[in-house]
Design a binder for this molecule. Structure first.
Ligand SMILES: [Zn+2]
Length: 115
């Protein structure tokens, strides 16, 4: 499925969901919604979200959403902390571990506008 990236713009407010969730961006496969306009998004953040897209592609978007939220729920029960539940989520751990060095494919560069 073709990935679609939405940076926040005056005429297209993509930030509603990330703002609601209090984060910089959200992957709702096949969409990536950013809280800020393109020129204000760090490349590390873009790579981080691409890693989530790859995770969703690897195990299937529905399974990814279910497992991602399962780990958040498990973390909330275990730590009673949203921040800790987020940080301990294995999908987040992988994304934070790889976000500085992964190389985007030509297709990924195109969809995020790094041509
Ligand atoms: Zn993440």
């Amino acid at each position: 499925m073709r990935i679609r990236v939405y940076y926040n713009q005056k005429w297209l407010r993509s930030s509603w969901l990330p703002e609601f969730l209090r984060c910089e961006a959200v992957v709702l496969y096949p969409f990536i919604l950013f809280c800020e306009p393109k020129d204000r998004i760090a490349k590390t953040t873009v790579r981080h979200e691409i890693i989530h897209v790859r995770q969703a592609q690897e195990i299937g978007p529905l399974r990814f959403d279910l497992l991602y939220n399962f780990h958040i729920l498990k973390g909330l029960i275990r730590y009673w902390s949203w921040e800790r539940a987020y940080r301990e989520n294995p999908y987040e751990k992988e994304a934070y571990r790889k976000q500085k060095w992964i190389t985007l494919t030509a297709e990924e560069k195109k969809v995020v506008g790094w041509e």
